[in-house]
Design a binder for this molecule. Structure first.
Ligand code: ATP
Ligand code: MG
Length: 383
């Protein structure tokens, strides 16, 4: 490996002073071989920012010959826009030399001889020599990694769009089924029930057992009719469309309390009257899933709070239980869809979703949805 001094003259021993005289030759050779074998481009720069050593990967990555690289200022390996700031970074590094990884949270770029740019990951280490401090940089081309990250992000975005479309489609299908079930079958059953009671009146009073049987069938028809209505209500919350989010949540919390014998305290403050329908539906579904999760997983919960309040920027929903708590990170590894769909529903209306859970203390789910505040007039609270 050749090296070059600050004046640009090529010489072979520029880092020899880094090694004790007795072992210099062997150690230097070992160092050169290590540098040459490194999978990254290795560039060694002196105190003036001139390149004094490079390995084969550097030539390959930047497209320069070794003689061209030696003596060149390191700034020429980066796009114009990074050069001036880099002078300052270089000075600061030399004032306080330590092993560093550059660009955490930043995207850094290298510049090839042909003028093309590529994203890089850079680590720096100081190398003390008798001639002063040299800086070793390990430079890795991360084009492929960046491309993979971008592909992954695109795939995630596509999946998210698909999930939102499926959710919307599912809601629409459920709404249509609910309408059909609610408005069609119960009416037909009611008509059959009516014919039964007419028939009952015409039955001779003597046939008592037949009378009892007909009455029992009538009652079963009525119960069936109510069951279908309830099922339809569960499929799609018509109450949400007709009366709004607050009565719908009141009804949901009340029904849950009765069914699971866990008190649910629902409170709301200053919720604007005209919440967008998709926001109401998202919050309603999140409460439904949140409550189901408490019933199924939270162990000995003795109280649940559902709080809906208006904030400066929008609406905030909190579902809090004092049950078993869980580790949200390990829950993500399981197959459940509830938490994912809650988060997706929040995202679909531009909101965010967070879980705070402590083992044996309970769980708090928070959803914040921004609103156009012109709609969110507190003078017009929702029903
Ligand atoms: N309030 C809670 N208290 C305790 N554990 C909870 C609570 N909510 C969720 N969990 C835990 O998080 C896991 C994931 O919940 P999620 O709703 O995503 O799935 P699931 O309820 O198991 O299945 P699914 O909702 O798809 O029918 C649950 O299996 C449970 O372990
Ligand atoms: Mg669930």
């Amino acid at each position: 490996m050749e090296a070059q001094d600050a004046s640009g003259a090529v010489r072979r021993e520029s880092i020899h002073a880094a090694f004790p005289i007795t072992e210099r030759k062997g150690a230097e050779e070992k160092f050169r071989r290590l540098l040459e074998a490194a999978p990254d481009a290795m560039v060694i720069v002196n105190g003036e920012g001139r390149i004094v050593m490079v390995n084969a990967q550097t030539k390959k990555l930047y497209g320069y010959r070794r003689e061209e690289l030696l003596g060149m200022t390191v700034e020429r390996l980066m796009p114009e826009r990074f050069r001036q700031p880099h002078l300052g970074h270089r000075k600061r590094f030399l004032d306080k030399p330590q092993v560093r990884h550059l660009g955490t949270g930043l995207v850094l770029y290298g510049l090839r001889k042909d003028g093309t740019e590529f994203p890089v990951d850079i680590s720096l280490a100081p190398l003390e020599t008798e001639e002063g401090i040299l800086v070793i940089s390990a430079i890795r081309d991360i084009t492929e990694r960046k491309q993979l990250e971008m592909d992954l992000r695109l795939t995630q975005d596509k999946l998210r769009t698909l999930a939102h479309a499926l959710m919307a489609e599912g809601e629409e299908t459920q709404r249509r089924m609910a309408r059909g079930l609610h408005d069609g079958f119960p009416q037909k059953l009611a008509a059959i029930g009516l014919r039964f009671s007419t028939l009952q009146k015409k039955l001779p009073s003597a046939s008592r057992s037949l009378n009892t049987e007909v009455r029992s069938i009538s009652r079963e028809i009525q119960a069936f009719e109510e069951e279908i209505r309830q099922f339809a209500r569960g499929l799609h919350p018509a109450i949400l469309e007709h009366l709004g989010l607050i009565p719908a949540l009141q009804a949901e919390c009340g029904a849950f309390s009765t069914a699971h014998k866990i008190p649910v305290r629902f409170s709301h403050s200053n919720i604007p009257k005209k919440l967008p329908a998709e926001v109401s539906l998202a919050l309603y579904r999140i409460v439904q899933e949140g409550l189901q999760n408490v019933a199924r997983h939270a162990g000995s919960t003795t109280s649940i709070q559902v709080i809906l309040r208006c904030t400066e920027t929008g609406v905030e929903l909190t579902i809090r239980d004092n049950g078993s708590g869980f580790d949200p990170e390990s829950a993500k590894q399981r197959k459940g869809l509830g938490l994912i769909s809650m988060e997706e529903r929040a995202r679909a209306v531009g909101g965010n979703f967070s879980i705070t859970s402590t083992l044996r203390k309970g769980t708090e789910i928070k959803v914040q949805v921004p609103l156009e505040m012109s709609d969110a007039t507190t003078a017009n609270p929702a029903r």
